[in-house]
Write a new protein. Structure first.
Length: 91
């Protein structure tokens, strides 16, 4: 990867906003994400009721931030998660 691509990737990641809830107070990654529509291509963790249920790259997300899909990897199939069921996404 060339330096321009690396800088652009870092800039895109830093442009994503999070709400900062409990950041650094648990073993969860950097921050809770509420802007699911901006996450395709990013590695995330999906949590439900305080437990990590999935980790992977966001394949696609609804424009209204209601659902997202984690890309298939290895023998795992593509998975969908919906915000209304209580899933949280951490970047």
């Amino acid at each position: 990867m060339n330096s321009e691509a690396t800088i652009e990737t870092q800039r895109a990641a830093s442009d994503l906003e999070h709400d900062g809830t409990d950041a650094g107070k648990t073993d969860k990654p950097l921050g809770l994400r509420v802007d699911w529509a901006r996450l395709p291509g990013h590695s995330v963790e999906v949590w439900l009721q305080g437990e990590r249920v999935a980790r992977g790259v966001v394949d696609q997300a609804a424009e209204d931030n209601s659902v997202l899909w984690i890309a298939a990897e290895g023998i795992s199939t593509r998975r969908i998660f919906d915000k209304s069921s209580g899933y949280q996404v951490w970047l």
